[in-house]
Write a protein that binds this ligand. Structure first.
Ligand SMILES: C[S@@+](CC[C@H](N)C(=O)[O-])C[C@H]1O[C@@H](n2cnc3c(N)ncnc32)[C@H](O)[C@@H]1O
Length: 240
């Protein structure tokens, strides 16, 4: 069912069109909700009806395994120069956050994602259904059993990714990228070694630190915030 975002200052709610929704500002009959127009609750409070964006949708997703957050996904997209027609492999799926983020920019391309754990597979499936993206193919299997080839980008966010790099290399186009998300230095070093062993990759290692600022009363960085998430290995295949 089509989803719309009902928006007013300090409050937003993602709803499926056609349902009645109760809020602290009154009941809204979303049958009458039309994008670009206003809608009133039974108490007369107004909301704007807008198309939800990726962030609005992602805030509602379930989380199972640890997810890759927008700041790191944005870095992956920027440093690989992701194009709308790319074929991407994302392993493992986890909560499918990274798959959904990438698929949002693949108008003519697709993401194949695989998960070997039943519990996370179900969460990924539910999340992909929720956002309604048709360009994500979710498979319940080990990444080693993926048959497809000719990927432009292979994103590895999983334990022991260093052990599958040699195999992944066979599935990657020249000029394409293997990106490894490493929560720890140990993980990163192991993956770096596997990539170096192939002698085919130009590698960058990145850490994206982002500071949010407060602007009410005083203007300065917030005292609390997101600290370490992960390191990114961006490896481009430059030879056969
Ligand atoms: C950290 S999560 C991935 C999170 C995902 N990138 C996201 O943003 O939602 C890692 C997932 O990889 C899965 N996994 C580990 N080894 C795997 C393998 N060999 N094949 C497929 N999935 C694997 C785990 O079960 C886990 O759900």
């Amino acid at each position: 069912m089509k989803k719309v975002l009902l928006l007013r200052k300090g409050f937003k709610i993602l709803v499926e069109c056609g349902k009645k929704v109760s809020t602290h500002l009154g009941i809204i009959d979303t049958k009458k909700a039309k994008v670009g127009q206003k809608i009133k609750t039974h108490l007369g409070n107004e909301f704007f009806v807008v198309e939800p964006n990726l962030r609005d949708m992602m805030e509602k997703l379930k989380r199972g395994a640890q997810v890759i957050l927008p700041k790191d996904m944005a870095t992956i997209i920027a440093y690989t120069g992701l194009r709308p027609n790319w074929k991407v492999l994302d392993a493992g799926s986890g909560s499918a956050f990274s798959s959904i983020f990438l698929a949002n920019f693949l108008e003519k391309g697709k993401v194949i994602t695989c998960e070997n754990d039943e519990r996370f597979y179900r969460i990924a499936l539910e999340n992909i259904k929720f956002v309604g993206m048709k360009n994500i193919v979710l498979k319940k299997c080990d990444v080693k059993n993926i048959k497809e080839k000719n990927f432009n980008l292979i994103l590895l966010d999983m334990e022991n990714s260093d052990r599958v790099i040699e195999e992944m290399d066979k599935k990657l186009l020249i000029g394409g990228y293997i990106v490894v998300y490493s929560p720890t230095i140990d993980h990163m070093i192991k993956n770096l070694k596997s990539l170096k062993k192939t002698e085919k990759y130009e590698v960058q290692i990145l850490e994206n630190i982002i500071r949010e600022w407060q602007y009410e009363k005083t203007l300065r960085p917030k005292t609390k915030g997101l600290m370490h998430t992960g390191f990114l290995i961006i490896a481009r295949k430059v030879s056969e």
